[in-house]
Design a protein around this ligand. Structure first.
Ligand SMILES: NC(=O)c1ccc[n+]([C@@H]2O[C@H](COP(=O)([O-])OP(=O)(O)OC[C@H]3O[C@@H](n4cnc5c(N)ncnc54)[C@H](OP(=O)(O)O)[C@@H]3O)[C@@H](O)[C@H]2O)c1
Length: 282
């Protein structure tokens, strides 16, 4: 669908926070005739979010999608394939939160299963649907840089023959070490979001590397993105001062820029992008 006017886009975890703002901005940017799927794991919350956008004059399409549930992910991909034959924009934005009330050792398994294995589920289900000139984005963070990881662990996320499955194994080892209390000794950071975001960026890099010849030929751009600090229910409990945080609508602008780069764009490709520029991996 080379630069066609009518696009099909999907944003996961879109019933609130940054995801909702991404749907709002994509509905405005893509305009009439395009379909922007607001994906939500809970249909009630999804319907409420769609109703909010409809009151603003926008027309998102609701789809059920729980990234922690393989059947839900493949059902959503099947539905979009049946309706449209393919997809132009995928933004894997959904993520589990870290809460203060529970020790991170008790949260890590679900966190990794959602944010990392969930990202792989989205890659496996939606990459086969990508049309020519598609844009595939994983919302990560500037935590997703090897600069935040002990050098002993770098090869788990960056080596010549690394596969997507290797990264999932690294994430499972990280979760097991965290639960066992041996993570720090092995070099893993205490804040579980750091290895998780490194894992997401590493997956994007491996996907871009493995499919480089085909994706370059077909004009497909695959990237991770850092939205910067965004004022959402997920971030607010962790910062006393949110005055420097962007609103979700402000943060969505750079990501929608990345998602709507015109056909013929060759960069950025296979990197973490922050404020429209590549962010260092090492
Ligand atoms: N906020 C920041 O400062 C910041 C900074 C850097 C990166 N990020 C990244 O930006 C993204 C969005 O963050 P946010 O602050 O908007 O978070 P948020 O307010 O917690 O929103 C997360 C969304 O993901 C959904 N979700 C959670 N588990 C899911 C699952 N298993 N399947 C499908 N959807 C699921 C949530 O749905 P429910 O409503 O059903 O729970 C919610 O809609 C995340 O990837 C986050 O790591 C955020």
């Amino acid at each position: 669908m080379a630069d066609a006017l009518q696009k099909v886009a999907l944003v996961t975890g879109a019933n609130q926070g940054l995801g909702l703002a991404l749907v709002r901005a994509l509905c405005s940017a893509l305009g009439m005739g395009s379909t922007v799927y607001l994906a939500a794991r809970d249909m009630g919350r999804g319907e409420a979010a769609c109703a909010l956008l409809q009151r603003e004059g926008l027309s998102p399409a609701l789809i059920q999608l729980d990234i922690a549930d393989a059947a839900s992910v493949s059902a959503a991909a099947d539905e979009i394939k049946a309706r449209h034959g393919g997809i132009d924009i995928v933004i894997q934005n959904a993520a589990a939160r870290i809460t203060r009330e529970t020790p991170q050792t008790d949260q890590v398994a679900r966190f990794v299963d959602t944010n990392n294995h969930g990202t792989l589920r989205i890659i496996e289900a939606f990459v086969p649907l990508l049309r020519d000139n598609a844009r595939f984005i994983v919302v990560a963070s500037s935590f997703g840089s090897l600069r935040h990881l002990d050098p002993r662990l770098h090869a788990r996320f960056d080596s010549p023959g690394l596969t997507l499955d290797d990264i999932e194994h690294a994430m499972d080892d990280f979760a097991a070490a965290t639960r066992a209390g041996s993570a720090r000794e092995a070099g893993w950071p205490d804040w579980i979001n750091v290895p998780s975001k490194i894992g997401q960026v590493a997956s994007v890099r491996v996907l871009a590397r493995d499919r480089s010849e085909e994706f370059r030929r077909r004009g497909i751009l695959v990237n991770a993105a850092c939205p910067g600090l965004v004022d959402t229910e997920a971030s607010r409990p962790w910062f006393a001062d949110m005055s420097k945080a962007a609103t979700p609508d402000e943060a969505a602008r750079d990501l929608v820029w990345l998602a709507t780069l015109p056909a013929g764009s060759e960069e950025p490709y296979g990197v973490l992008v922050r404020h429209r520029k590549p962010y260092p991996w090492t």
